[in-house]
Design a protein around this ligand. Sequence first.
Ligand SMILES: CC(C)(COP(=O)(O)OP(=O)(O)OC[C@H]1O[C@@H](n2cnc3c(N)ncnc32)[C@H](O)[C@@H]1O)[C@@H](O)C(=O)NCCC(=O)NCCS
Ligand SMILES: Nc1ncnc2c1ncn2[C@@H]1O[C@H](COP(=O)(O)OP(=O)(O)OP(=O)(O)O)[C@@H](O)[C@H]1O
Length: 202
Amino acid sequence: MTRPWTVGLTGGIGSGKSAVAERFAARGAAVVDTDLIAHALTAPDGAAMPALRAAFGDGPIAADGSLDRAAMRALVFADPAARARLEGILHPLIRSESARQCAAARTPYVMLVVPLLVESGDWRTRCDRLCVVDCPEALQIARVQARSGLAEPQVRAIMAAQASRAERLAAADDVIDNAGPLETLDAQVDALHGRYLGLARR
Ligand SMILES: CC(C)(COP(=O)(O)OP(=O)(O)OC[C@H]1O[C@@H](n2cnc3c(N)ncnc32)[C@H](O)[C@@H]1O)[C@@H](O)C(=O)NCCC(=O)NCCS
Ligand SMILES: Nc1ncnc2c1ncn2[C@@H]1O[C@H](COP(=O)(O)OP(=O)(O)OP(=O)(O)O)[C@@H](O)[C@H]1O
């Protein structure tokens, strides 16, 4: 499948990927968000639900037939084998749907948002450039807690399943610093958007 010039956007949980992606979208980039794709796959009639029910039974399935996200979160971030089983079902579906959305984009470049870009699969080979959203771990935890009410140990268990801040920064071509207020993102996104338009045209 041919694809447009693509920037991979990643960062740890709560680092600010969505906040950054919406600013690139406002400037005209197509955004393909793998978290949104994962949510659609696990909605009541989602394409992954039959396989998830077969693999996990009815325990993590909600009454409406969608994935019970809190139940699955509690299961997989306490049990690496269960997480591998979940990812084995979802990741191939996420990969094919995201490739389809990237190929369908009609913008100068695509921003492909993948929380596990550094950790898993062939994501890096699908991106021409890697942009990391970065903030200190204490801020990630505080922001996730403020958003979701998760207890700190739960947030830490999710972070333990992800690459470290240093690993992500080592892989980055570009880094967006999200340690300050949200307004500080705009000038950084402006500068990178200009650079990406130039690189995509070459
Ligand atoms: C475990 C699930 C049900 C929990 O749902 P929940 O609504 O709490 O989280 P949501 O899907 O909105 O993801 C929020 C964040 O959690 C982190 N996260 C999600 N899945 C994983 C994972 N497998 N490993 C590490 N971190 C993860 C990411 O930072 C992500 O941005 C859900 O995260 C899931 O289905 N994960 C498996 C799919 C996956 O790997 N998605 C990442 C995109 S490739
Ligand atoms: N600079 C900031 N100042 C204050 N709050 C912020 C800032 N950046 C993001 N947030 C808030 O922190 C939370 C996490 O941000 P966001 O959803 O953009 O991160 P994410 O990396 O997409 O998260 P996830 O990995 O969970 O999908 C959100 O509630 C968001 O509004």
